[in-house]
Design a protein around this ligand. Structure first.
Ligand SMILES: *[C@@H]1O[C@H](CO)[C@@H](O)[C@H](O)[C@H]1NC(C)=O
Ligand SMILES: *[C@@H]1O[C@H](CO)[C@@H](O)[C@H](O)[C@H]1NC(C)=O
Ligand SMILES: *[C@@H]1O[C@H](CO)[C@@H](O)[C@H](O)[C@H]1NC(C)=O
Ligand SMILES: *[C@@H]1O[C@H](CO)[C@@H](O)[C@H](O)[C@H]1NC(C)=O
Length: 449
């Protein structure tokens, strides 16, 4: 009796502690379901595609009622979005309440809406009237969620371009753009108070596209490579995405918000591009997305946060034929509009919510719904931004090429890699020691009771 009570209490404590250090999620793979297209399957036919990836979460760019209805009782978690055009309107508490009521509450609990993002990449437009409206809109939507009694199940956040960072390399030197610190800090305070994550859209593809001769392809595609060592922390990075995520953690730490969790609201790789868009091929897209999904399912963390699961929404579910911009913009999808895979991801997914594979050697559709998918009427989504328009300018600076070169081709690399790995191991051991100490104290204190 005594023992089992202790056991129970200890596991509650372990749960509490790990929940504190990094939020627990079941299967952290998410997928962006954008609909800037006039040929996508009906949402009912999309559910098996999502499940075939082993994804447990989708992110919309609106609150499309057809999608919210179709995904009822599917077990899939949904993040809905409020476009930038809503920011000024949502500051009105009545309008925010009305929106949350009819676009979120109306579908609960059958449809698991778990998050609302208010505004997409707002701060990197450099439009102060838009930026000034961001936090008030987030607060107003959050207040509506609270008033409707939904705050235990629905979080409120916003998504940022990685270009909110002034510096991102090496990862330990990550800081926010100076001119944004003033408006980003109150937003971080909002996250800390309401328990919502900081969301970032990160595309190593743009760094490669900007300088394909200098940026090592294997480093951006999660392929085996020597990697780089952050000279400040001695942490070893074998892929660019992890370096970008840790740069965000550094930027948060620098302004006093070390404990916020960072989720990647978009990342991906196009399977096709214009002549001047180096690297946009099905082979590279397969490597990027296939390797990334494997990493997520292994519940890997980044070098700075090794024990926190990656929380990533891959971009995107479908090729979207009506997106403006270069050819790559219309070719980020894992699936064609007819429901067949654009390329095989090269592995059988081990799914938490489904039981099919999209890796058929013949690349066939998991559901063979291809012939039966009716083209839908045009989407109600009016536009999240084209990916490249907001970020390209800044991305060239994300990896100062000279610095990367020095580290990648350093003759002393073996030594650095060993040091990097030792640092990771040391950090693991340290985390576990802290946990053990707390447990021991806890057990002692219950003995005394
Ligand atoms: C926004 O402002 C920053 C800092 O002044 C600048 O570096 C960036 O290029 C601007 N971005 C756009 C899209 O105008
Ligand atoms: C998963 O698929 C396999 C192979 O098609 C099948 O044998 C198995 O019964 C399925 N499992 C579930 C839980 O549906
Ligand atoms: C898939 O469905 C289409 C249309 O219903 C049909 O023509 C085709 O033969 C099916 N393919 C397979 C492999 O079942
Ligand atoms: C869908 O969009 C296309 C391209 O803009 C347009 O030609 C077509 O009329 C639209 N269809 C509907 C039903 O709105």
């Amino acid at each position: 009796m005594e023992f089992s009570r202790l056991n129970y209490l200890s596991s509650v404590l372990v749960f509490f502690i790990s929940a504190f250090f990094c939020p627990i999620t079941v299967t952290p793979l998410g997928i962006n379901y954008g609909q800037i297209a006039n040929n996508l399957p009906s949402p009912n036919d999309v559910i098996p595609l999502v499940k075939s990836l082993g994804a447990s979460k989708i992110k919309l760019y609106d609150a499309d009622p057809r999608v919210l209805k179709a995904f009822a009782n599917s077990g899939v978690e949904i993040m809905v979005g409020l476009g930038n055009e809503y920011l000024s309107k949502m500051q009105d508490p009545d309008k925010a309440r009305e929106w949350v009521k009819s676009n979120v509450q109306a579908y609960l609990p059958a449809t698991k809406v778990t998050a609302i993002f208010v505004g997409n990449e707002v701060l990197t437009f450099n439009d102060t009237s838009l930026s000034d409206n961001l936090l008030p809109a987030m607060q107003s939507v959050h207040q509506a969620v609270v008033d409707l009694g939904l705050d235990k199940q629905v979080t409120v956040t916003t998504t940022h371009s990685l270009a909110v960072l002034e510096t991102s390399y090496p990862p330990s030197s990550g800081v926010f753009r100076k001119d944004l610190v003033g408006c980003i800090t109150p937003i971080l305070n909002f996250h800390a108070k309401t328990g919502s994550p900081f969301l970032i859209n990160a595309y190593p593809y743009f760094a490669f596209k900007a300088d394909p001769k200098q940026v090592p392809l294997d480093f951006v595609l999660f392929q085996p490579n020597q990697g780089i060592v952050d000279p400040e922390t001695n942490l070893h990075y074998d892929n660019m995405l992890f370096a970008q995520i840790d740069a965000v953690y550094s930027a948060l730490t620098a302004v006093g918000y070390k404990k916020l969790s960072v989720h990647i609201s978009e990342t991906g790789w196009p399977s096709k591009g214009d002549e001047n868009e180096a690297g946009a091929t099905p082979e590279n897209a397969k490597k990027y997305n296939g390797n990334l999904i494997k990493l997520i399912s292994q519940k890997k963390g980044t070098p700075m946060r090794p024990s926190c699961d990656l929380n990533i929404y891959v971009f995107a579910l479908f090729n979207e034929n009506m997106k403006p911009g270069p050819t790559s913009e219309r070719n980020y999808g894992l699936f064609k509009p007819d429901g067949t895979p654009v390329y095989s991801l090269g592995f059988t997914t081990n799914t938490a919510v489904g039981n099919t594979s999209i890796s058929g050697a013949d690349g066939s559709s998991p559901t063979n719904s291809s012939g039966s998918l009716p083209p839908t009427t045009n989407s109600s989504s009016s536009g999240y931004l084209s990916i490249s328009s907001a970020v390209t300018t800044k991305l060239v600076q994300m990896v100062p090429i000279a610095a990367l070169d020095d580290l990648v081709f350093d003759r002393d690399l073996a030594k650095k890699m060993v040091l990097g790995h030792m640092a990771i191991v040391a950090k693991h051991v340290k985390d576990h020691l802290i946990l053990l100490k707390m447990l021991a104290l806890f057990v002692l204190s219950t003995r005394l009771l």
